[in-house]
Design a binder for this molecule. Structure first.
Ligand code: SF4
Length: 498
């Protein structure tokens, strides 16, 4: 599929990562909230994973299942469509976010309803569904607690699993007090920042919406091709309400969320909860297959979303990002995310996975997308914790190469223009000079000797655009003798020196 790609409208026009991160890094409250939350989750995850003696095997199995599925995605998607249809559902194909939004808006309008309840869904945030529904007079209510906080606070999500991770309890109390009344049942009088009181206020606020809504909208963590079953895992039970109470259920799911069989689910239902919430299993695992008379929604629609995924799949290195099961473990260990927060990534997908997924789904034409492959120290902590072994540093370097080269994004002929990020012109000149020197051994040797003999005259910091780099690093001293000269002197010219 191809077509124009839609980004979450709430993130449109975001500045490049360094600029956006600068604001976050200078916010001590935000830094404190992020540090506390990520360190707590990462420690619990490590304990939960350490309980399993076969974690490495599970990780490899998850990787293999996802790779196999992606290799045969066309076949499994057709199988899924047939299974869902047989079970009483209707499948819609959306090449991009605009098409998906149009389909969902039409389906809701056909029910005659002007309100929908939503279970947390990254795919619908990716395409800006709430805003598209609002444009046609339909109000979407987020029901995941963290998403509710984000929606009431007119905010943007900043974490995959905990979208309001940047908020502390006092801030949440203030948001509930000032905003709940405009969306429905107001916050109770005298609401404090005690977690039980905040949870109860949200429960009462949401309960009336669940009981009233006739249309529910969801995403899915997995889709099983062999039976057409969709799976949502969550911790609160609000998702279960959205999935079972409304008369019509519309699920918007990225095409990469498919697994071939129920047996494959076994692996991910072990690795996902331990990696995300550090639980042995999710408190709520909801599964539904089409429709069933007298049980749950009477109409079920599945909107299969591409929105750049086919292009990502066409890239041999970058396609591994499609293995992601959105556990958020990579965010919680990332030193850059911990300081910059999620908003700086300019997308619903923050952190290390966002840094490799957004520039592939959207291309690198915007300032923020061209800067994301650089939003990493390449320390590799993300790769170590990833339950499907996505080599995020490898993809980051691959995408940096593309940004610098300004080459095409896709290999299927659809040209996506990549613009080199600001300041990369100097890097390109430096790389060309290095290529020239390394392909001429005589010139390289002469240059090394000149550098050695003049080493006491070398500046301690780089001039021009290199100044920012050397401001926080020591330039390595040039040795008095190059390796080649040392080799020739001590080994009597056996190879090496030319
Ligand atoms: S990249 Fe790996 S660690 Fe990060 S969210 Fe996806 S599955 Fe989890």
């Amino acid at each position: 599929m191809s077509g124009s790609r839609t980004s979450g409208s709430t993130f449109v026009g975001m500045p490049a990562f360094p600029e956006a991160a600068h604001n976050a890094v200078n916010n001590p409250t935000l830094r404190g909230n992020l540090r506390h939350a990520t360190h707590t989750i990462r420690a619990k995850r490590a304990d939960a994973v350490a309980e399993l003696s076969d974690w490495a095997e599970l990780r490899e199995a998850g990787k293999q299942i996802k790779d196999h599925t992606l290799r045969h995605l066309d076949r499994y998607l057709v199988e899924l469509e047939a299974s869902v249809t047989t079970a009483g559902g209707t499948v819609h194909w959306a090449a991009d976010g605009d098409e998906a939004n149009r389909i969902v808006a039409r389906l809701v309008q056909e029910t005659g309803e002007s309100e929908v309840v939503k279970v947390k869904s990254m795919a619908t945030q990716e395409i800006g569904l709430n805003e598209a529904l609002e444009a046609v007079g339909v109000r979407a209510y987020e029901t995941d607690l963290a998403e509710l906080i984000v929606q009431l606070g007119k905010d943007r999500p900043s974490h995959i699993l905990v979208p309001a991770i940047h908020r502390n309890r006092g801030e949440i109390r203030d948001i509930f007090r000032s905003e709940m009344g405009a969306w429905g049942r107001p916050a109770p009088e005298g609401l404090t920042d005690a977690p039980t009181e905040l949870a109860e206020a949200a429960r009462l606020h949401l309960r009336e919406k669940f009981l009233r809504a006739k249309v529910g909208i969801s995403g899915a963590n997995f889709m099983v091709a062999e039976t057409g079953t969709l799976v949502v895992v969550e911790s609160e039970g609000n998702g279960r309400m959205c999935l079972t109470l409304p008369e019509t259920l519309i699920s918007v799911v990225g095409i990469e969320k498919i697994v071939p069989t129920w047996r494959d689910l076994e692996v991910f239902l072990q690795t996902l909860p331990r990696s995300s919430t550090a639980e042995r299993m999710n408190p709520y695992t909801s599964m539904w297959t089409g429709t069933t008379d007298g049980d749950g929604p009477r109409a079920f629609h599945l909107v299969l979303l591409d929105n750049g995924r086919s292009d990502t799949l066409a890239d041999e290195v970058g396609r591994q990002a499609l293995r992601c099961i959105r556990c958020s473990a990579c965010l919680n260990v990332c030193p850059v995310y911990e300081r910059a927060g999620g908003h700086a990534y300019g997308s619903v997908y923050p952190g290390p996975i966002g840094a490799i997924l957004s520039p592939q789904l959207r291309g690198t034409g915007s300032a923020v997308d061209a800067s994301l492959p650089y939003a990493s120290s390449l320390c590799g902590a993300c790769y170590d914790v990833c339950p499907v072994a996505i080599d995020i540093p490898e993809v980051l370097v691959h995408l940096r190469e593309r940004v610098v080269q300004g080459g095409p994004v896709t290999r299927d002929g659809s040209k996506v223009v990549l613009r080199p990020a600001k300041g990369h012109g100097a890097e390109r000149v430096a790389m060309r000079a290095a290529r020239w020197a390394f392909s001429r051994p005589g010139a390289l040797r002469a240059g090394q000797r000149v550098a050695s003999r003049t080493r006491r005259l070398h500046p301690r910091s780089l001039p021009g655009p290199g100044r920012a780099w050397s401001a926080t690093r020591d330039l390595p001293p040039v040795p008095a003798e190059s390796f080649r000269d040392w080799w020739q002197r001590t080994k009597g010219g056996e190879g090496g020196a030319q």
